[in-house]
Design a protein around this ligand. Sequence first.
Ligand code: TRP
Length: 332
Amino acid sequence: MMETIVSGMRPTGNLHLGSYFGALKNFISLQENHNCYFFVADYHSLTTHPNPKDLHYNVRTILAQYLACGLDPQRSTIYIQSEVPETCELYMFLNMNAYLGELERVTSFKDKIRQNPNNVNAGLLTYPCLMAADILIHRATHVPVGKDQEQHLEMTRDFAGRFNRMYGVDYFPEPVAYNFGNELVKVPGLDGSGKMGKSETEGNALFLVDDPSVIRKKIMRAKTDSGPTKEREPMSQEIDNLFSLMRLVSSKDKVEFFEKKYNECSIRYGDMKKELAQDMVNFTLPFRERILDIEKDELYLKKVVSQGSEKARDSAQKTIREVREIIGFKPF
Ligand code: TRP
């Protein structure tokens, strides 16, 4: 079925291996047979007041990295949120029907005000309305979101349904999460704790743009334990993490070889890390090279953005025209 899919990407730094396997790889497969809109969520980033000098750079970086990973402007509509100001108009309409109580109950809002009690701005409060506008502006049916965004998507459904009921129309679909089933893979970080993330400890994340020497250094420094002392000893979190990473980029044979060594208590973590580091470099280096090429290619980026934004605006303008009519605005 030809579903319409929307996803936004926050312009925050470099993509790491976790973002690749957790989200991007799925986006890339979706664009094969769906009507996809992918955009850089630069309006959203204003809730934290980025420095004007950084804003454009951050947007450009994330765009280049997504393109380098395989988001394809021929297949998908790839655009910058702020180039489609129709989003703001829908955001304003949605704000009129969003209740203070429900907005204050949103988990991400509560987290934000706890972390930053001195920056509780209205944009933060109405973040779910802006995200709903992103999705509804293309009348999307599906959104590929992780667990952390499920509540926002639920509110999008509430807002869509409320609009439809208020005006007695069946205009907005109530979008659901795109379910990848068991395709979601675990990407742990290198600090022995949970998942890979850029906000964790320094050296926990492997970035696609990292220089090979940096990748090697990070892996060689990854946390390990003092080694198994009896046959088939259950693995510690640190070692389990290393094996999980190896499963992503190394051959099955290699993984099995080191599993056997582990179970026989003859494993040398240094050897395993060296192999993992090499396979990781083989995996990330082509991404790094494409990222650096695309970042340099001013003309290409300009073309992608202008074509994508034009397509996105066509879709957004149609929605706004229809929404205005439903609400009762009439041209004189
Ligand atoms: N809120 C999302 C995040 O933090 C980004 C986002 C903004 C988004 N608008 C969206 C995701 C619309 C999906 C659909 O990652």
